[in-house]
Design a binder for this molecule. Structure first.
Ligand code: ATP
Ligand code: MG
Length: 551
């Protein structure tokens, strides 16, 4: 599903050129290759939209492949969540694979490299290997084990596989060039010993292939044509090509790098996000303040908005920070178009309209969407007592305040103009009730002989339903929280405000989980996926109506 015609970018230009030249027999096959070591974040959404979007645009296909080569950190919980996220974003993979499906083939290919004298078993310690690797300015030194015989290497590698050695005793290295200007080419490690259980292969393997070796071979086995990855892999591309050239795999995918997404006021790295979860700085991976796909989803962001965001930021070769407001604008644009309007009062004060009978009941009709007649309308009950938001009344108003003040008038949205005659307070001086009278000649009509500028939202006290409304803001005050001394210090103390005694209009109580609304004057909200149930109304604010951070 593409929302609109995708804009050109350098990757689409490369593919257009390939197709023109008849490369890959006209096929376009991409893949999205997450490691199942955490939940996906919005940076992954960029990669998902790119890979799946390209497959759609060219009538090709896109695989979902779990890069599960590091058993210590991986878990089925994560791979299941990743599948759900990709589907929720609106994409369907062609084939589902795991790098672990290729462990046998990867092993055989490694034996092939040893037989061709292109790989050897290294028995130096990690520290010794580091020293011999050299630096950006100095070439590396060959290891004393570099010239082991092929027979010896084959024997040792097989015994590594059979579990005869402990973690760290040996590794298998490619034999490339210890003097290469590219450190990745200085005999990189292909296999390490890890005597741990793998989430899919159990205890079958004592050795696991490294990412750089696994990734290119998996791409080739799946006949991927364009292997799209982020810029940090640019220096790994010579190794990607070296492995495939040496193995003479039937297909040789083309690796193309693009800039990763960096988003202000948050962090896009599973490793860091897991820290927030483990240190209980947030309420789990789907905390609505998290930049994870499930967090954004729970917050009220929609797949349409996330896809639109990925399209708007585009694909380039230059790393750049994107402002959070770009994402929020996509959200507002989508929900402004699609969300039905409702009224809710976050922090209620009671307004008693003394000019009405005690049992006054009046049914007003409100349209669900001012720009979309097809959205229909709903009844709103008006009664003698209504709630308005405490923000909409002030005894000591700042200049230009247009809401309710003692002795002043305001319009109840879609209803009458009321005048505040009396302010009732409790013992502590807190305002608990406003006594007002209404002007019966102002329903759908301007008042005679005077201007009433302010309009406030309201809910009938008799028919309104209690709700918990959670207001969210950016999780971090810092633009780049990864640089902060500690995450705890960088967290925005106002990132979550719970309005526990909100009142919502009656029609909202029956809303299904994950339904989006605009609460008039307050922003865009969604029913909480987990906590909103019959009898318990819980809403999250996805985004305010306007950008409140733009100063
Ligand atoms: P993290 O550091 O968050 O774990 P990663 O790159 O290690 O990220 P992977 O699971 O390996 O995560 O990523 C799967 C794919 O998503 C990779 O192709 C990777 O390049 C891409 N990706 C990850 N983060 C971003 C990002 N911020 N912007 C764009 N693409 C990303
Ligand atoms: Mg990773």
């Amino acid at each position: 599903m593409t929302d609109s015609k995708p804009t050109a970018n350098f990757i689409r230009n490369i593919i257009d050129e390939d197709l023109k030249n008849g490369k890959n027999d006209g096929r376009v096959v991409t893949r999205f290759p997450p490691e199942p070591n955490g939940y996906l974040h919005i940076g992954h959404a960029k990669s998902i939209c790119l890979n799946f979007g390209i497959a759609q645009q060219y009538g090709g296909s896109c695989n979902l492949r779990f890069d599960d080569t590091n058993p210590v950190k991986e878990d089925i919980e994560y791979s299941e969540a990743i599948k759900a996220d990709v589907s929720w974003l609106g994409f369907q993979w062609n084939e589902l694979h795991h790098a672990s499906d290729y462990f046998d083939q990867l092993y055989d290919f490694a034996v092939q490299l040893i037989k061709a004298d292109k790989a050897y078993v290294e028995s130096s310690s990690a520290e010794e290997m580091r020293t011999m690797r050299g630096t950006l300015k100095e070439p590396g030194k060959p290891s004393p084990y570099r010239n082991r015989s092929i027979e010896q290497n084959l024997d040792l590698f097989e015994r590594m596989k059979n579990g005869e050695f402990e973690d760290g005793e040996h590794v298998l290295r490619a034999k490339i060039d210890m003097a290469s200007g590219n450190i990745n080419m200085r005999d990189p490690t292909l296999y390490r010993i890890r005597k741990v259980e793998h989430m899919r292969t159990g205890d079958k393997w004592s050795i696991y292939p490294m990412y750089d070796y696994t990734h290119c071979v998996s791409d080739a086995l799946e006949n991927i044509t364009h292997s799209l990855c982020t810029l940090e892999f640019e220096d790994h591309r010579p190794l990607y090509d070296w492995v495939l050239d040496e193995l003479q795999t039937p297909s040789h995918p083309q690796q193309i790098e693009f800039a990763r997404l960096s988003l202000e006021h948050t962090m896009l790295s599973k490793r860091r996000l897991i820290q927030l979860v483990e240190e209980n700085l947030v309420d789990g991976w789907d905390d609505p303040r998290m930049p994870t796909i499930i967090g954004l989803r729970r917050r009220g962001f929609t797949p349409e908005a996330l896809r639109d965001f990925c399209e708007r930021i585009g694909i380039t070769k230059n790393d750049a920070w994107i402002e959070m407001s770009v994402l929020e604008t996509c959200m507002r644009d989508h929900l402004n178009r699609d969300a039905h309007r409702r009224m809710a009062v976050l922090d209620p004060i009671k307004v008693v309209i003394t000019s009405l009978d005690d049992n006054h009941e009046q049914e007003l009709t409100f349209s669900n969407h001012p720009q979309d007649e097809s959205a229909g309308s709903r009844p709103i009950p008006f009664t003698k007592e209504v709630f308005i938001d405490s923000d909409d009344f002030s005894e000591d108003p700042p200049p230009k305040y247009q809401r309710l003040v003692p002795g002043g008038e305001v319009r109840l949205r879609g209803c009458y103009v009321i005048k505040c005659n009396e302010v009732i307070k409790d013992d502590t001086g807190k305002v608990i009730e406003l006594h007002c009278t209404h002007d019966p000649d102002t329903l759908g009509k301007k008042p005679e002989g005077r201007k009433v500028k302010g309009v406030v939202h309201w809910v009938s006290a008799k028919h309104g339903v209690p709700a918990e409304i959670r207001l969210y803001d950016r999780l971090f005050t810092e633009i780049n929280p990864a640089k902060a001394e500690s995450f705890a210090d960088a967290i925005n103390p106002d990132s979550r405000t719970i309005m526990a005694s909100a009142i919502i209009e009656p029609s909202l109580a029956a809303a299904e989980p994950e339904t989006h609304f605009q609460f008039e004057r307050l922003g865009y909200f969604v029913t909480d996926r987990h906590d909103h149930k019959p009898g318990t109304a819980v809403f999250n604010r996805a985004v305010t109506l306007r950008d409140t951070w733009a100063k």
